[in-house]
Design a protein around this ligand. Sequence first.
Ligand SMILES: NC(=O)c1ccc[n+]([C@@H]2O[C@H](COP(=O)([O-])OP(=O)(O)OC[C@H]3O[C@@H](n4cnc5c(N)ncnc54)[C@H](O)[C@@H]3O)[C@@H](O)[C@H]2O)c1
Ligand SMILES: [Zn+2]
Length: 667
Amino acid sequence: MMSPQEQINNLTEKLNYYNHQYYQNSVSEVTDFEFDQLLVQLQELEKQFPQFSRPDSPTHRVGGTISKEFPSVTHIYPMLSLGNTYSEEELSDFDERVRKGLNNEAYEYICELKFDGVALSMRYENGILEKGVTRGDGVRGDDITANVRTIRTMPLSVRGNNIPVKFEVRGEGFMPLSSFDALNKEREDIGEALLANPRNAASGTFKMQDSGVVARRKMDCYVYSFLSDDEVFETHEESLIWMKERGFNVSPTWKKCQTVEEVFEYIRYWDTERHKLPLNTDGIVIKINSFDQRRELGFTAKSPRWAIAYKYKAEAATTLLESISYQVGRTGNVTPVANLKPVPLAGTVVKRASVHNANEIERLDLRIGDWVFIEKGGEIIPKITSVDLSRRTSDLETIIFPDTCPECGTGLIRKEGEANHYCPNEKGCPPQIKGKIEHFIQRKAMNIDSLGSETINVFYQKGLVKNPADLYDLQYDDLIVLDRFKEKSVKNILEGVEKSKTIPFKQVLFAIGIRYVGATVAEKLTSYFKNIDAIAAADLQALISVPEIGERIAQSVVEFFQETENQEYIARLRQAGVQLEQEDEELVSEGNALEGKTFVISGVFQNFERDDLKRKIEANGGKVLSGVSGKLNYLLAGDGMGPAKLEKATKLGVQVISEDEFLEMIK
Ligand SMILES: NC(=O)c1ccc[n+]([C@@H]2O[C@H](COP(=O)([O-])OP(=O)(O)OC[C@H]3O[C@@H](n4cnc5c(N)ncnc54)[C@H](O)[C@@H]3O)[C@@H](O)[C@H]2O)c1
Ligand SMILES: [Zn+2]
């Protein structure tokens, strides 16, 4: 038995570690429920043995921290956490404390959904969005203004009468489920590890250095509070209405409640309805409406006394694990999928659950015939959380992960340090071949919409297409003899294939299907190297010097072009007439104001996309370099520029100029 002091130490360290993983690395190693229970345990021990409570205890601090990658900003009003509960009983206790705290005065609550993302603070001055900051440790946060500006629903300026000179709004930045699904689909397509859930994805995204990438992820934010030194509003309700009117994205799901019973109704209503919203929610937040009464109730070190979060427990069910099937993806990774005895859970009937990989099977000690607990947490596909060992009959066999591919029989491999098994038979494994062709024809790639996965399956079965390049050899006579292919559809298909020859090179490069080369990476490689031969000829070093191309991607590109079969594949695409170089956009000279001057561009700009800016510099006789060196003339600094670049430039005496200063130079 551990002594109370040991228990307190133990829990403090464990929780601090989970906090670190959660806020710093955007990873949840335990469920929120488990985390919150451990926290309650610690709170209770500390209450009994206050002498052992540690100064670094998570019970009296906000869990997050600031990072080194962004400048930090001190909050004008600290950004606190919320007390939370999972039970209606404790909610009644909260209501009782409020009643006492307000000496039996009348009061109202505003109920809102608890959106599952990351807290953001937006500062406005003279109606202009000046800063976007994360919660950080509650006192200071990361300045992620450039990333916040990519949120399309966040007004960059607010106009009208009665706008305080300075005010702050707060909200929950989130990744809409649609963006999350699209992102994971894309990651699966190029062989990247999938993101665990939208919350962690949002937290990781808002901490990215390249706000261009953040913009593409289509982040959003629901705004839920207004702060200002002036007493502008008497109630929270007024402020919500005002913010909505001024163009802020206020979720229409809030409700004013006069009694705690009405609060319970709200909780029950949203327990099921929340699954229809475009984002994940993990509970509701109950707040006192009157600002005067909020001041009366005040704060603890960690959270307001005038609000509380009621959290929904992740919905769970038990069912029978009937079998495991193994799916082979386009890039050859083999994923186990649990086939379950159908069971209702959170509004749908669940038949399958994801198990991720072999480690997960081992960790859970899964056996066919086991009764398992499944949960629908932040994730969309339910997952198995544990086995009900009390119901296990003695003779269940352990699951042995197959050592050969279920589709083609090739021996599976597992790369050093990776959890996934792969089928290496890229050129002969049916789902990999079909997957490659499906990848090739998709909208963001060759955009051949007259083809679909069923047609591809037929073509593959008939031996007509084994490689995307085969599409360009398809003949009318080969297709018209197939069942169900009428003249019109055959013509459509051939026309679609023909039209794809005009698709620009950056899309072709993505279509080719090099592991880890997504649409964005393909674009970066294209604008740097201009044509496929230059990319094929580039060595690891050259590839890594392209902005935002890391070693892993570079390695994958090098390996791809080393293979003879891939060289043949490219040669056939070339012969077919597919675009393998970037069309030069006519460079019209605008003068020679920048003659002999060199520039490095960093960050995001108000008036230009990066490529436009580059063209602008070249059109005026200047040159754009990729890295900061002593010879460089100017570092052209946009929003959200990496501090490392700035530091280097300053050290080397390179002049740092703003977008306005640049525009001045070419006027
Ligand atoms: N699983 C893990 O490993 C792990 C680790 C650390 C923390 N956590 C979870 O995070 C929680 C602690 O995080 P926290 O301190 O941010 O508290 P919290 O998330 O429980 O509550 C505070 C936050 O709620 C958010 N929020 C969403 N909708 C809101 C609304 N309508 N009004 C006001 N705020 C709203 C805000 O971002 C605010 O900062 C824990 O209770 C735990 O569940 C989990
Ligand atoms: Zn295979």
